[in-house]
Design a binder for this molecule. Structure first.
Ligand code: GLN
Length: 486
């Protein structure tokens, strides 16, 4: 059930906020032993918040839109007084003294924090396998990864441990786990949502967004978290439109662009391809016009991303020096030795790999050959999008080249793991909004995700097309049974 249904039941007194919270806590209790979606479950706070909402309702107060809805938050978003670890030893004991803008807005809207979710360390990964606290599992098949880096947030929604959740997306970390777990995941336009209180990975790419079981819920959550924030200088001042109202507008006559390069990509699973093409045909049946478009620079996205993102990460992660906060090595030594040991012991392998790549790409003599070149290619990717949006209203691609893979499948080969981001990275490079939603299942019963992309700040159109497809296709009605998906 989604936000609107639960809100209706809460308003009619069919369920109390406390009961709703307890139901979700019971579900967490039942499945967490297998899934490990959460790093921390905030049961006490959730019950207290729910009781307060029930009391306010009983007193006849008018309540905000998310009043009583249990939500989970990726553990790289700062929550005041509640540990925020980024799944890293480095921040294992970090308790933020402040609240991120997005979570503050959720709590002001009445949302209830039920727990902090697992992720790849510092959001670097596509499977949650780089978490220092152990991976999360996919509710459709616990032998497989939930995707990443926001794998815990996706698994928690898919398994019914919360009604919705937040994640962050730098190169696909909302959309890819959404696809692997059969839920909706939205990455907004860069700057649409404040990054204040999101632990920085690659600041020119990072964006916060929701996971939900429906497009309508994604619209509701975006409504709450979007909008100007003076504490984030890259946050846009553009007014926030009514996203829920936008869902209903007819899609007849809209031009949907199928990005040729994405359907010809190396390693694209044929079942993923045919499922996404069937979704395109469904949009055509709804009156959309299908157009093939070419974005020749899309395939350069990964190479570009793996220069720019590690470069920015190496600068952002320089602050973990063993002095100000975070892990400090017990071993004595000079200041330089202490910092080096703290970083060697506090960061896992993948984070260290990214810092090394980034430091190299930014170093004197190489910065022009790598970083500057990557920024130039980034501009070319953006121009591909500009040209495409001259001809179509929305672009359609698979979200990920494959369905959820098995644990360890890419463990020895970082490059194979990086390829999982092939189709999601271009939208980050250009700062565009993009959504993943379920469009079918493979022979193994694993969900397949469809990605839609629109122009800057065109979330209304993005959500509208996604909603119409979702309502027409009713993909979840055809789902195979899976023990951990309600
Ligand atoms: N999988 C990509 C990476 O490892 C994207 C991560 C993200 O979006 N945070 O960098």
């Amino acid at each position: 059930m989604g936000i609107a249904e639960w809100r209706g039941r809460l308003e009619r007194g069919e369920v109390s906020a406390r009961e709703l919270t307890d139901q979700h806590l019971a579900r967490i209790e039942a499945v967490e032993g297998t899934l490990h979606s959460f790093l921390e479950v905030t049961a006490e706070r959730a019950r207290a918040d729910a009781d307060r909402i029930d009391a306010a309702r009983a007193a006849g107060e008018s309540l905000p839109p998310l009043a009583g809805i249990p939500l989970a938050i990726k553990d790289n978003l700062c929550t005041k007084g509640i540990r925020t670890t980024c799944s890293s030893r480095m921040l294992e004991h970090f308790v933020p003294p402040y609240e991120s803008t997005v979570t503050e807005r959720l709590w002001q809207a009445g949302g209830i924090l039920i727990g902090k979710t697992n992720l790849d360390e510092f959001a670097m990964g596509s499977s949650t396998e780089t978490s220092a606290f152990g991976p999360s599992r996919n509710p459709w098949d616990p032998e497989r990864v939930p995707g990443g880096s926001s794998g815990g947030s996706a698994a928690a929604v898919a398994a019914g441990e919360c009604v919705a959740s937040l994640g962050s997306d730098t190169g696909g970390s909302i959309r890819q786990p959404a696809a692997f777990c059969g839920v909706v995941g939205l990455k907004p336009t860069y700057g649409r949502v404040s990054r204040w209180g999101l632990v920085a990975f690659a600041s020119s790419l990072d964006q916060v967004g929701p996971f939900s079981t429906s497009v309508a819920d994604a619209a509701e959550l975006l409504q709450v978290i979007a909008g100007e924030d003076r504490r984030d200088g890259t946050c846009l001042r553009a007014p926030v439109p009514d996203y829920s109202a936008a869902l209903q507008a007819p899609v007849k006559g809209l031009r949907v662009g199928l990005v040729k390069e994405c359907f010809e990509a190396d390693g694209l699973d044929p079942q993923v391809k045919s499922s996404v093409l069937a979704a395109a045909a469904q949009l055509e049946a709804l009156g959309c016009e299908l157009v093939e478009v070419s974005c020749p620079r899309f395939n350069d996205g990964i190479a570009t991303y793996y220069v720019i993102a590690p470069s920015e990460a190496s600068a952002n992660l320089a602050r973990y020096d063993g002095v100000k906060y975070g892990y400090r090595s017990e071993q004595a030594g000079s200041l330089a030795e202490m910092t080096a040991r703290s970083r060697a012991e506090g960061f896992g392998d993948e984070v260290q790999r990214r810092i090394l790549i980034g430091t190299y790409a930014l170093s004197a003599g190489y910065v022009d050959a790598y970083y500057k070149k990557a920024q130039q290619v980034r501009t070319l990717i953006r121009r591909d999008f500009d040209a495409a949006f001259g001809a179509v209203d929305v672009l359609l691609t698979p979200t990920s080249p494959t369905t959820a893979f098995r644990f360890g499948a890419h463990a020895e080969d970082p490059l194979a793991m990086y390829l999982a981001d092939l189709l999601t990275i271009p939208a980050n490079m250009a700062g565009l909004p993009a959504i993943s939603l379920p469009c079918g299942f493979d022979d193994g019963g694993l969900p397949i995700g469809l990605q839609l992309i629109t122009g800057v700040l065109e979330e209304p159109r993005l959500l509208q097309v996604a909603h119409h497809y979702e309502q027409a296709a009713r993909v979840m009605d055809t789902r195979p049974t899976a023990a951990l998906v309600p």
